[in-house]
Ligand binder design. Structure first.
Ligand SMILES: *Cc1c(COP(=O)(O)O)cnc(C)c1O
Length: 429
C-alpha cells in the first residue's frame, strides 16, 4: 500500500520523536559538586611553578586521556579551537608559511592557521570519506608549505598512511583535527594519535563534553611543552623556565578549569559506551536505508571505524530530484536533524575578500606572503558539489536514537522514495 506523502497531506511516517542526546549523569553532578565544595575552581598560575600545569583534576584528566588513547602527552585546553591554535604555534610555523587544510570542516581548522599569520591552502576531499584527499594535498604543495591539517570529519579517520607518507617526503608537519572522531580507529590506533599533534573537542555537541573544552595529544615532549606554554601566558614563563626558542611564545589563556576537568574525567569513562551507542544507531540506519536507489549511506574504509558525529548521505545526480525537495518531504514526514550540505570554509567572506587582520588584506597582503593563493569557487570541486547539491547529514550527536526513532526515520526515507514520482511532478523539479 502506498501512503500519501505527508508533504501532500498524508500521515507522518515519524511518530516517535528522538530524544535529545545527553551524556551527563549523576557521576558528573557528584564530580562537579566536589569541585564546588573545594572552593578552588581553577588552580592554574601563569608563572613558573607546579601550578603552571593546572590543578589536580586537570592533571588527573590529562593522565586519564593519555591512558585511554595510548599517547604520551595530553594537554587539555578550553576548546579544540584553542588546541588547534596551540598546535599550529607549537610546530614553529612562520608568518607566510602555507598550511594545507580541507575546506569541508568547522572553520577553526583553518583559522588556527591564520591566527599565526600563516596561509591556509585548501585541498579537495575524497568522495568516499569526505576527508582531505592526499592527491589534492600533493598537488597543492609549494616551496612554502610547512604543514597539513587533516580532519577526521564526521567521525571517519582521514587517510593517515598516505598523508604521513606525503608529510615525510616533503618534510611537513601533520596535525589531526579529530574533534569529531574521539574513539574512531585507524589501523588499530585511535584517530588523533597518528599525527605530530592530534586535537579533540569537548564542546557540548560532541560525543563527550564538558560544556567547552579541548585536548591536544602528541608523542613529542617538546611539542607538548610548547603547547603548555602557549596555553598559559608563555611570554611570562619562558624566561624563568630557561627557554631559548622564543618563536610563537606569545601565550594565551587556553586553560581548562577544575569543573570542566572533573566533568571530563567522568565523561572519558563513558566514551567507549557512548561511541558504541552511536555506532549501533548508525548501523541500524545504514542497514535500513540500504538499497534505496540514488542514496549512498556512509562508507567505512578497511581498517577504520566510524564514530558518527554526523551521519552523511549522498544523493546521486541521477535521482532526478533536487536535495531541497527531498529534505522538504522528509521534514514533512517528521524527520528531524537532517540538513543539506556542509561547510565550504574557502567560500567564507574572509577568504573571498582576503581580509583577516585589520582591513587591508593582512596577512595575504604582507611581504612575507610570497604568492597569490586562490580561494575561488572551483578549487575544491568535490567539496563544492557535495555542499551545493549532493550531501545531506543527520546530526547523530544531537539525538539519542532508540529503535522506534530509527525505524521512523528509515520508514520516512522509504516512503519518500516510494513517492519520488509525485515529488518530481512538483513545480520547480
Ligand atoms: C567542533 C569542532 C572544532 C572546534 O571545537 P571547539 O571545542 O568548539 O572549539 C574544530 N574542528 C572540528 C572538525 C569540529 O567539529
Amino acid at each position: 500500500m502506498t501512503q500519501k506523502l505527508a508533504l501532500f497531506g498524508g500521515p507522518q511516517a515519524c511518530t516517535s520523536k528522538p530524544k535529545r542526546y545527553n551524556p551527563i549523569g549523576s557521576e558528573e553532578i557528584a564530580a562537579v559538586t566536589s569541585v564546588l565544595e573545594s572552593g578552588v575552581l581553577s588552580q592554574f598560575l601563569g608563572t613558573w611553578s607546579e601550578d603552571f600545569y593546572g590543578g589536580p583534576r586537570v592533571k588527573e584528566f590529562e593522565r586519564a586521556w593519555e591512558a585511554w588513547f595510548g599517547v604520551t602527552h595530553a594537554v587539555s585546553m578550553n576548546s579544540a579551537t584553542s588546541a588547534l591554535i596551540a598546535a599550529v604555534g607549537a610546530i614553529g610555523i612562520e608568518p607566510g608559511d602555507e598550511v594545507i587544510v580541507s575546506p569541508w570542516t568547522m572553520c577553526a581548522s583553518a583559522t588556527a592557521i591564520l591566527h599565526w599569520n600563516a596561509i591556509p591552502v585548501f585541498a579537495d576531499i575524497e568522495a568516499e570519506t569526505f576527508c582531505i584527499d592526499p592527491s589534492s594535498v600533493e598537488a597543492n604543495i609549494t616551496d612554502h608549505t610547512r604543514a597539513i591539517v587533516a580532519i577526521d570529519i564526521f567521525g571517519h579517520p582521514a587517510n593517515m598512511a598516505e598523508l604521513s607518507r606525503i608529510a615525510k617526503k616533503h618534510n611537513l608537519r601533520l596535525i589531526s583535527d579529530s574533534a569529531q572522531a574521539p574513539g574512531a580507529l585507524y589501523r588499530n590506533h585511535y584517530a588523533g594519535t597518528l599525527a605530530d599533534i592530534g586535537v579533540y573537542s569537548l564542546n557540548y555537541h560532541k560525543h563527550i563534553h564538558t560544556g567547552e573544552g579541548g585536548v591536544a595529544v602528541t608523542a613529542d615532549e617538546n611539542l607538548a611543552e610548547r603547547m603548555r606554554l602557549i596555553r598559559n601566558h608563555a611570554e611570562a614563563v619562558v624566561g624563568d623556565k630557561g627557554h631559548t626558542n622564543l618563536s610563537n611564545m606569545i601565550g594565551h589563556n587556553f586553560r581548562l578549569g577544575e569543573i570542566e576537568a572533573a566533568l571530563g574525567n567522568q565523561q572519558l569513562k563513558k566514551l567507549g559506551k557512548l561511541v558504541a551507542g552511536k555506532q549501533a544507531a548508525a548501523e541500524k540506519l545504514s542497514t535500513g536505508l540500504q538499497g534505496l536507489p540514488g542514496l549512498r549511506t556512509p562508507v567505512i574504509k578497511p581498517d577504520c571505524t566510524h564514530v558518527y558525529y554526523l551521519f552523511p548521505l549522498l544523493l546521486d545526480s541521477d535521482l532526478g530530484i533536487g536535495r531541497e525537495t527531498v529534505l522538504r518531504a522528509l521534514e514533512a514526514e517528521g524527520v528531524e536533524g537532517v540538513s543539506g550540505g556542509y561547510v565550504n570554509v574557502h567560500r567564507l567572506p574572509i577568504y573571498q575578500e582576503k581580509i583577516a587582520y585589520g582591513s587591508r588584506g593582512f596577512p595575504w597582503s604582507a611581504d612575507f606572503c610570497r604568492r597569490d593563493v586562490d580561494y575561488r569557487k572551483g578549487i575544491c570541486p568535490t567539496a563544492e558539489r557535495f555542499h551545493d547539491s549532493d550531501c545531506m547529514t543527520f546530526s547523530m550527536c544531537m539525538y539519542d536514537l532508540n529503535d522506534d526513532a530509527s525505524d521512523g526515520i528509515v520508514e520516512a526515507f522509504h516512503k519518500v522514495w516510494r513517492g519520488l514520482d509525485e515529488l518530481k511532478a512538483l513545480p520547480g523539479e
